[in-house]
Write a protein that binds this ligand. Structure first.
Ligand code: 1CP
Length: 343
């Protein structure tokens, strides 16, 4: 059966522009909080295919989105490369022994050995695929190598990226060595996600905006494109969405073998359309905080629709939904996207 979301990713005409939300399975849903409490904590939830499947499907049933996104986290990758991941309540992810030198890079588990350790993710995908309606798509994902190494080097979220940048400007070869290792695992991981049943791949480069232009293309985009080339050679039919957050000023230099460009909320949709709309389907890009107001949500959807006019477009937020958004407002966003873009 055809899936409106997959059709839209491939640039085919669809009855309306499909919609999903980044971070749609998460803390704004009381049903999610209940399952997370049963699991004990977030990481247990990621490791439990039955529960991870349940929370993946919640936004389909409750909010009415056109695609489900696998419930997991980008940081399970470094965890399986041998860096022990913890989540400190209220503070987010933590690696107590971040990468400091070449010996730490050499000690990482790499390639197939790391990719097979993510078997609980593939099991989750198989369960979801068996339960998801045929007309809904399942999105699998990874972090971009650059975004992943920011956590591996800093040990946690950062505002300054100073340890990462120190490596870039003082030991660029070591940074490339680390990025290449992570890229290798990501390629194998995404192939296994596809083989387990995902329909679409999204690559999150959440911390793209931390880098200067030349450095961005050298230390991040290049590796994302390498992942796309690898996946497209094996599975040319599987659409790939690239989401580099906050690089609207570099749009002229975007290239690569992928299908959809995810536009973040700080980049005007009209600019993205002008620069990239002929080459890529565009996804996005409502400012997520508009979800606090139904009126401002509808206004934004109308504005985005007047630019895209229901063609080569997927509705989404310009970054993740926040935990204190009322569920009613998330439902409103989804139904308004579907209503306003209807042909
Ligand atoms: O308390 C909780 O329940 C944990 C909160 C949470 C959730 C729900 C985290 C911790 N991760 C997730 C799930 C998650 N993470 C998904 C699931 C599917 C969905 O979107 O519904 C996805 C796709 C991610 C991806 C992810 N994790 C990204 C990239 C996307 C983005 O939002 O930019 C990043 C940067 C992470 C790291 C991470 N994991 C969790 C947190 C709080 C963070 C961010 C920390 C920081 O700001 O540095």
């Amino acid at each position: 059966m055809s899936k409106i979301f997959v059709d839209a990713c491939l640039g085919k005409e669809t009855p309306y522009s499909p919609v999903w939300m980044m971070r749609q399975a998460g803390r704004y849903l009381p049903e999610y909080m209940k399952v997370r409490a049963e699991a004990g904590n977030f990481l247990n939830l990621c490791h439990d295919p039955k529960k991870a499947c349940e929370v993946t499907l919640q936004p389909i049933d409750i909010v009415g989105v056109d695609a489900a996104i696998l419930f997991s986290d980008i940081l399970v990758i470094p965890n399986e490369m041998g860096m022990k991941l913890e989540f400190v309540t209220g503070e987010g992810p933590l690696f107590r022994n971040p990468i400091k030198n070449e010996a730490d890079v050499d000690a990482l588990i790499c390639g197939e050995e790391a990719a097979v350790k993510l078997d609980y993710v593939y099991d989750t995908i198989k369960l979801i695929r068996a339960q998801l309606d045929d007309d809904k798509a399942l999105i699998g994902f990874t972090g971009a190598p650059w975004t992943l190494v920011t956590y591996m080097i800093e040990g946690k979220g950062t505002k300054t990226y100073n340890l990462c940048k120190k490596l870039i400007y003082t030991q660029p070869e070591l940074m490339h060595k680390l990025l290449a290792k992570v890229t290798e695992v990501v390629k194998l991981y995404m192939v296994k996600q596809i083989e387990a049943g995902i329909d679409v791949v999204q690559i999150f480069d959440s911390w793209a905006a931390a880098l200067e232009e030349e450095e961005y293309f050298e230390f991040s985009w290049k590796y994302m494109v390498e992942i796309c080339d690898y996946l497209k050679e094996k599975y040319p039919e599987t659409p790939i969405i690239m989401f580099p957050k906050g690089i609207g000023q570099y749009l002229d230099r975007i290239y690569g073998n992928f299908d959809v460009f995810g536009v973040d909320w700080s980049t005007p949709m009209s600019l993205a359309k002008e620069k990239l709309g002929d080459k890529y389907v565009l996804q996005g890009n409502m400012e997520p905080c508009r979800l606090y107001s139904q009126e401002k949500t509808t206004k934004s959807i109308e504005d985005i629709h007047s630019v895209m006019q229901g063609k080569r477009h997927i509705f989404n937020l310009g970054h993740g939904i926040l935990p204190d958004v009322p569920v009613e407002n998330a439902k409103h966003f989804v139904s308004e996207c579907q209503r306003i873009s209807k042909n």
